[in-house]
Design a protein around this ligand. Structure first.
Ligand code: CU
Length: 157
């Protein structure tokens, strides 16, 4: 009886491994990895570096922590392409109030973005990390926030 059990255990383990292995195969509809960010009245993200694998599916969830009115304090998450002219983008964004501080002229530089979240609000975006390894800047385009240091880096490797 005991010998039979010993023979069967490796089989069971192999079956479990096969199941586990199958469930971890990459699939197009795999659930994204969730990254939770907070935006503060100090005009900062609480997370300044996000690490990701090339092409990894991510869901960035940004919550603004503030009791100020939304027109005075709101945050978004805008991931910029490599080589984007950041200073120009930020300047144009500040003037695009009626577009939610997303300038039409800068849209080609955007890899992923959320809407603006006022105090207590949460916004999110699902996207795939760039396939090309490197560092990608993410910024808040609410006027003055980038200049105050509201930025971070998505590190793809
Ligand atoms: Cu902000």
């Amino acid at each position: 009886m005991i010998q039979k059990l010993r023979l069967r255990l490796p089989l069971a383990a192999a079956a479990l491994l096969a199941l586990f292995g199958a469930s971890t195969l990459p699939a197009a509809d795999a659930a994204p990895r969730v990254v939770k960010l907070k935006g503060t009245d100090a005009m900062q993200y609480d997370i300044k570096t996000i690490n990701a694998k090339p092409g990894e599916k991510l869901k960035v969830v940004l919550t603004t922590v503030s009791s100020m009115p939304k027109d005075q304090m709101a945050h978004n998450f805008v991931l910029l392409a490599k080589g984007a002219n950041v200073d120009m983008f930020i300047m144009e964004a500040a003037m695009a109030r009626d577009k939610g501080y997303i300038p039409d002229s800068g849209k080609k530089s955007i890899l992923a973005m959320t809407g603006m979240a006022g105090g207590g609000e949460t916004v999110e975006v699902v996207f795939e990390a760039p396939k090309e390894p490197g560092e990608y800047l993410y910024v808040c385009t609410f006027p003055g926030h980038y200049m105050a240091g509201m930025k971070g880096t998505l590190v793809v490797k």
